[in-house]
Design a protein. Structure first.
Ligand SMILES: [Zn+2]
Length: 461
């Protein structure tokens, strides 16, 4: 078999790996690179392989850096099936429709700013997304399906977000049974809501993520203790807590953790507002999949009238609902997107809370260089929000252990559980420090030297 890495090689975005088994070509993921979508030179605007030559697409999970270019694939002539877990298929539909809408707005705004210039087209239109929806084939976890002659696909729960999967391909080559495994993004262990990543054994060829390959994150009980203290402080001071969070995954995790805090840890409940229409739609999908959660989570959620929506949680559907929050007194928690504070409704909430030292901003996810979220996490004195400068007086707490990504210890545990003897191992989806730190950890379980995948490099294994 051969593997060529067309994205997420020595970086964390643009996941796309082309696997060739005999004459069959299978594309694993087709994600967006982190780049300005309107930039005509963006790597998102061209494929480094011929989409028409692909026989099947397998999707690991519904984050945009793994699914964001599926509609472009259709546009470029791909006409085959796209395999995903049932939850991933549902979430992909919502995420891509939202992405098409945002791009249309971006294009319109760009044109309003510079009328008369050549208008750059969006990466894809809503109609392309509807074709993706047509092409999605839904599989359950742990079921083996022959997707191409002699090639069997099995998904395992990766515990990263709802629907996330480890991809396993079984086939025969030169009279030998072989097993290829792509981790996708792996989740953390013992985080309460989603199960631990499933262990897969007897792996011949492994492609592993390495996002937090060089980091050790706080365990769940410590994080919950910190969150407890922050909520108690807001109750005492009658103040507001603002949490920037991605609409998919982190928002639901934070709602669940607050629910757990109120129910199990006997913390006095305060109102929680989720201010994101996208998060609202995605949370509806989360409610449709009770089977996806740990038993403890199911028991806890059963105590309330609905999953991810205890009586203390309210979703803001309209702009008016959102604006109303600015005039309500604390204590309260507001969860809004975007997760890095560079777009979306979160900026309006930050604008209203950062000046007051009684308020708090809680950072629960990775903040890229140059984003407003990064500046807040670093505790700068003044920040610019929506063209206005503000003093950052609010208390800032960085609790990035709420991440959906396995840390170094989780990854080491998972490799250990595979039983070792991995013939060929590759690392993808990481920054240089994460990749370098993780390679020796994985090496203990691999036969040949672990390779850090290079963009567009083809490996025969
Ligand atoms: Zn992910």
């Amino acid at each position: 078999m051969r593997i060529t890495f067309h994205g997420a090689a020595r970086q964390v975005t643009g996941s796309a790996h082309l696997v060739e088994i005999g004459r069959h070509r299978i594309l694993l993921d087709c994600g967006l690179f982190d780049s300005n979508r309107l930039d005509p030179e963006s790597p998102n605007r061209r494929f480094t392989f011929d989409p028409r030559s692909i026989d099947a697409v397998v999707v690991s999970h519904a984050h945009n850096d793994h699914i964001g270019r599926l509609p472009c694939l259709i546009r470029a002539g791909y006409d085959g099936p796209m395999y995903a877990t049932r939850a991933t298929a549902d979430i992909t539909t919502v995420m891509l429709r939202d992405s098409a809408r945002i791009q249309r707005e971006d294009v319109r705004n760009a044109h309003l700013k510079q009328p008369g210039t050549d208008q750059i087209a969006p990466l894809f239109e809503l109609a392309d997304v509807e074709w993706v929806v047509e092409k999605l084939v839904r599989f359950r976890y742990r079921e083996a399906h022959e997707i191409l002659p002699g090639i069997t696909l099995t998904f395992h729960d990766a515990g990263h977000i709802l629907g996330s999967a480890i991809t396993q391909l079984d086939f025969e080559e030169n009279g030998r049974k072989r097993r290829f495994v792509f981790t996708g993004d792996l989740g953390r262990r013992s985080m309460g809501l989603l199960p631990d990543p499933t262990v897969v054994k007897d792996i011949d060829v492994l492609v592993s993520e390495s996002t937090y390959g060089n980091r050790e994150l706080d365990p769940s009980d410590k994080l919950m203790k910190q969150l407890h203290a922050i909520v108690a402080r807001a109750t005492r001071l009658q103040s507001k807590i603002v949490i920037p969070a991605f609409s998919l995954g982190r928002t639901q995790r934070m709602v669940y953790c607050l629910q757990e805090l109120f129910a199990l840890h006997k913390v006095r409940p305060i109102p929680v507002y989720v201010d994101s229409p996208l998060a609202m739609r995605l949370t509806d999908i989360h409610r449709d999949h009770p089977e996806a959660y740990t038993e403890a989570a199911r028991r806890l959620m059963d105590q309330d009238p609905m999953y991810f929506g205890s009586k203390y949680v309210e979703f803001c559907a309209t702009w008016d609902d959102s604006r109303r929050l600015n005039f309500l007194p604390g204590p309260m928690v507001v969860i809004a997107s975007s997760g890095m504070c560079d777009a979306g409704r979160i900026r309006h909430h930050l604008r209203h809370v950062v000046d007051d030292p009684d308020n708090a901003v809680v950072i629960v996810s990775y903040q890229a260089e140059g984003t407003l979220g990064r500046k807040i996490a670093e505790g700068v004195e003044r920040i610019q929000i929506l063209d206005q400068w503000h003093d950052l007086n609010a208390a800032v707490y960085v609790l990035d252990g709420f991440s959906g990504h396995a840390d170094r210890n989780d990854l080491a545990w998972w490799y250990e559980q595979t039983g070792g003897g991995i013939e060929h191992a590759f690392l993808v989806h990481g920054e240089p420090e994460g990749l370098e730190a993780l390679a020796p950890v994985l090496q203990q379980h691999a036969v040949n030297p672990v390779r850090i995948a290079d963009q567009l490099e083809t490996y025969e294994v």
